[in-house]
Design a protein around this ligand. Structure first.
Ligand code: MN
Length: 132
């Protein structure tokens, strides 16, 4: 058993080549086994990640607010707090707050030791974000 306390987290603003808008992340340091990154992420209203993929997939737990999620070739959808969203390995997607409220989700990224478990891609345009 290994316990990571909030004092072990580093709160960092997500860099502008990963996200649009203000996004703050607390990341628990990855462990050797199971190799998984655990994050708490805050998005201001309208903020969202870039398009990206996870080599071993991802699980999101929506803690607060309404999450807007998108995948390729489909309109985005809004998901209420209390919901869980799974992404398959290498499924191209994005996630963020809807325009009306901030949003906080927990994220678990398997295979996080190599690159944080995320491969970052292009920006989500305002049109892609708004096309619900
Ligand atoms: Mn993701």
């Amino acid at each position: 058993m290994r316990i990571i306390t909030p004092q072990d987290f580093q709160t960092q603003r997500a860099p502008d080549d990963w996200v649009t808008g203000a996004v703050w992340m607390d990341r628990s340091p990855a462990g050797p086994s199971p190799d998984a990154g655990v994050f708490r992420v805050f998005f201001e209203p309208g903020a969202r990640t870039n398009w990206h993929t996870h080599p071993e997939g991802q699980v999101l737990f929506i803690v607060s607010g309404t999450c807007r999620v998108g995948k390729e070739n489909e309109p985005p959808v809004d998901v209420d707090a209390g919901s869980v969203v799974y992404f398959a390995p290498n499924e191209k997607h994005w996630h963020g707050a809807n325009p009306d409220s901030y949003m906080v989700h927990a994220a678990v990224n398997p295979a996080a030791n190599s690159n944080g478990g995320t491969d970052w891609l292009e920006t989500v345009t305002d049109t892609q974000y708004a096309n619900t």
